[in-house]
Design a protein around this ligand. Structure first.
Ligand SMILES: Cc1cc2nc3c(=O)[nH]c(=O)nc-3n(C[C@H](O)[C@H](O)[C@H](O)COP(=O)(O)O)c2cc1C
Length: 313
């Protein structure tokens, strides 16, 4: 049975030139290509779906085991398994014509030219994509990705090369595995990004104490879920102090209260990731809860709350 939910237009938000019904999106890698959501999920109610990362060539990803549950979260080391951009264009873009939710394509590459080539390929065909989220922060691949995410001049160079090639939304996805996330965010902003999203997963490790073996083939993987919410909140709050472009908060969201925390910290929208593995309808439920929470609050809309956390010092 589909859940009945209501969408309050007052919770709509704008990022760049695009208006979203609500600030609740689903995060890359946790909702497939946006085409396989189970029938039970009313995907059109979501603010947006961010696809899993697409690379220039198809990738099988890392060998198993590549997912393990941890305290209040999980570690994954999927390694960007995906069908590659050509198949994505042939098979997924036509399906999006019948999906009423806004779709944002997440893009990953091993060097600047790979990112550029993917965007050029997508821009050479007609599509309903509203934008790109650029993964410069994947901790699970040996080469590329993270190298951009840890360096603000490389982030700026990549952003400006992509900006030249697309008028769609350009969102740079930031890594928490850096010493100064704000300088990377500034690099993205100054080079023309419409928004930044934060955070990707946090580098983690898990060992089976009985066998002494690593629980993840690649030794280290990306920690996600409620365990990382405080890290995501701090990142969003720090970015909000310095950036003027919107920030999309990610990390450990399971409830509308978590969403409120991110919005108060400075997020204009949020993405739900790991919680989709337990229930792909989490986003839908949260939209309903959030409408109620805003209704009962002193704020008129989600927009009014952005960055309004009261600090004690
Ligand atoms: C299994 C899994 C696969 C993921 N794959 C991607 C990916 O392909 N690209 C990407 O940018 N982020 C990927 N992520 C990171 C999420 O989009 C998100 O940034 C992170 O999990 C934190 O949010 P959460 O705590 O709500 O899961 C993945 C996360 C998980 C758990």
């Amino acid at each position: 049975m589909k859940r009945k939910i209501s969408i309050l237009p007052k919770n709509s938000i704008e990022i760049g030139q695009v208006s979203f019904n609500n600030p609740i999106w689903v995060a890359s890698g946790t909702f497939g290509y946006g085409t396989e959501a189970p029938e039970l999920v009313d995907v059109e109610k979501l603010g947006a779906i961010v696809t899993k990362s697409i690379t220039l060539h198809p990738r099988e990803g890392n060998p198993p085991p590549r997912i393990v549950e941890t305290s209040s979260g999980m570690i994954n080391s999927i390694g960007l398994a995906n069908i590659g951009v050509d198949k994505y264009i042939d098979e997924m873009l036509p399906i999006y014509k019948n999906v009423s939710t806004k779709i944002i394509m997440n893009v990953a590459g091993t060097d600047l030219m790979e990112y550029v080539e993917i965007i050029e390929k997508i821009e050479s065909v007609s599509s309903d994509l509203v934008g790109f989220e650029i993964n410069i922060s994947c901790p699970n691949v040996k080469k590329g990705g993270m190298e951009f995410g840890v360096d603000n001049s490389m982030t700026a160079e990549l952003t400006s090369e992509l900006r030249k090639r697309t008028d769609r939304l350009l969102i740079m996805k930031l890594s928490p595995n850096v010493s100064d996330i704000v300088s990377i965010g500034m690099g993205a902003q100054d080079a023309g990004a419409d928004a930044v999203s934060a955070i990707n997963t946090v580098v983690g490790m898990s060992i089976d104490s009985n066998s002494g073996k690593s629980n993840i083939y690649t030794t280290y993987g990306g920690l996600s879920g409620p365990a990382i919410k405080p890290i995501g909140l701090a990142a969003v709050h720090k970015l909000y102090q310095k950036l003027s472009i919107p920030i999309i908060g990610i990390g450990g969201i399971v409830s509308s209260n978590d969403v409120m925390e991110y919005i108060l910290a400075g997020a204009s929208a949020v993405q739900i990731g790991t919680a989709n593995y337990r229930d792909p309808g989490t986003g839908e439920g949260i939209i309903d809860e959030l409408n109620q929470t805003v209704e009962n609050s002193k704020w008129d809309s989600v927009k009014d709350m952005v960055g309004k956390a009261k600090l004690l010092s």
